[in-house]
Write a protein that binds this ligand. Structure first.
Ligand SMILES: [Zn+2]
Length: 252
């Protein structure tokens, strides 16, 4: 008994010693969790990538007025500089929608090194802290591309890597027409009737904002799906901390 206890107590020391003499920057770091679907039943998490853009008000109002909440994965500098769209971000935040990170640029994160990854994460965190007073706990890698280094940086920065289980394809280079986008959602919700949905959409698509989402929220309500944030659909907190917005004349 004594022997085995003694042996076990030595193990962590051995592991630590090994790690410190090996390349511990690669070996030892924690990996962020990767969310590929919701866990709460009867939920639909509608997510909108690549903003902030001008359709943010339409999307925020539509889902809010239908009794739901959505999640926005913002870039820092993609369709516009995030600081030029601060009012829109505060607007949807005050409606209860979730603010999340899509990284500063829209680059493939698997091409970046440790420092470059921290930079593209950090600048969005700083922007959301300034604009809304929150530090996001969820991020989505552009194109859904990630590797272990991306997961290590995400973990170090307190963020879960968030993917999707339904792609509306509204962000494709040749996005389908609005009737087809509606039809895909119709098939998903009426025919497949999944337990829950984590849906990828794009904030810059006019059809999504004005010709598709009104139908989707109507169907969700008809079918008894609750429209929730990503944080709600996996039962986690949306932010690492919540403070007050700052004022300033920030630029990208
Ligand atoms: Zn994107």
């Amino acid at each position: 008994m004594k022997l085995s206890t003694a042996f076990l107590s030595v193990l962590p020391l051995v592991a630590t010693a090994f790690a410190s003499t090996s390349n511990h920057t690669v070996e030892k770091r924690q990996l962020a969790s990767v969310i590929t679907s919701c866990s709460e039943p009867n939920t639909v998490a509608l997510t909108f990538d690549d903003g902030p853009w001008e359709y943010i008000y339409q999307l925020g109002n539509l889902i809010h007025d239908a009794g739901g909440r959505a999640t926005f994965f913002f870039n820092g500098n993609n369709w516009d500089c995030i600081y030029n769209r601060a009012d829109g971000i505060r607007y949807v935040y005050n409606q209860g929608h979730q603010l999340a990170s899509h990284t500063w640029t829209h680059d493939d994160l698997t091409t970046k090194n440790w420092d470059q990854l921290h930079d593209t994460f950090w600048k969005v965190e700083q922007a959301l802290q300034r604009i809304a007073g929150v530090t996001p706990a969820f991020m989505r890698p552009p194109y859904g591309n990630y590797n272990d280094l991306v997961r290590q940086v995400a973990a170090a920065r307190g963020q879960s890597v968030t993917l999707w289980d339904f792609d509306s394809h509204d962000g494709d280079d040749n996005a389908p027409p609005d009737w087809q986008l509606r039809s895909e959602y119709g098939h998903l919700l009426w025919d497949l009737r999944p337990n829950n949905v984590l849906a990828l959409n794009h904030e810059f698509n006019y059809d999504t904002a004005y010709n598709v989402m009104w139908q989707v929220v109507q169907w969700c309500n008809q079918l008894g799906y609750k429209m929730v944030t990503v944080a709600e659909c996996v039962g986690q907190q949306p932010y690492q901390n919540v403070g007050s917005p700052q004022s300033g004349n920030w630029q990208c």
